[in-house]
Design a protein around this ligand. Structure first.
Ligand code: S3P
Length: 171
């Protein structure tokens, strides 16, 4: 059938702290598919942290690195891809990924996000007044996340396991 020729990736999209990497790791364990974490890959290649990339090269440069990596990963199949929260800012990223497999958006309310990023200092967009930044950024990006066909609300879920299973069942 046609489906045999279609590339099959699982792409996890969503705001910071919605559990993309944790859920991705679980799906990888359960399916045996390799996990590609975009942020980790960008950090490894750049030889510096996300904070350093933002501070030294600027956010537009980071978005360019993300865009290039999306194109590269879209040419491959059978991988779990954990994206950065800002991947939705460029609709071409989502369009490319939609062609390569299942794109799932993890949603979470501001309270759940804050709980998960409370002790984190590796996210430059949340530096300073974390609560205010989460609320404002979540609000402004909401339509972009809502636009993705497959969504799972992880608000208040204490464990990533049911979310991972739900995605495997969708796949
Ligand atoms: C960002 C999310 C981060 C990272 C960068 C920018 C964003 O990834 O790519 O700090 O714009 O939402 P996580 O979603 O994994 O935190």
């Amino acid at each position: 059938l046609l489906r045999d020729n279609v590339m099959r990736n699982i792409v996890l999209v969503g705001f910071m702290g919605t559990g993309k990497t944790t859920v991705g790791r679980l799906i990888a364990e359960k399916t045996g598919m390799p996990l590609v974490d975009m942020d980790s890959m960008i950090v490894k290649r750049a030889g510096k942290s996300i904070n350093e990339i933002f501070a030294e090269d600027g956010e537009p440069h980071f978005r360019l690195l993300e865009r290039e990596l999306v194109k590269e990963l879209s040419a491959r199949s059978d991988q779990i891809i954990s994206t950065g929260g800002g991947i939705v800012l460029n609709p071409e990223n989502i369009a490319d990924f939609e062609e390569t497999g299942l794109v799932v958006c993890l949603l979470a309310d501001a309270g759940s996000v804050l709980e998960r990023v409370r002790h984190d200092s590796a996210r430059p967009l949340l530096a300073g007044d974390k609560e205010a930044k989460v609320i404002a950024l979540l609000e402004s990006r909401k339509p972009l996340y809502e636009a993705i066909a497959h969504k799972i609300d992880t608000s208040g879920r204490p464990s990533p396991a049911p979310t991972a299973q739900e995605i495997i069942d969708l796949y």
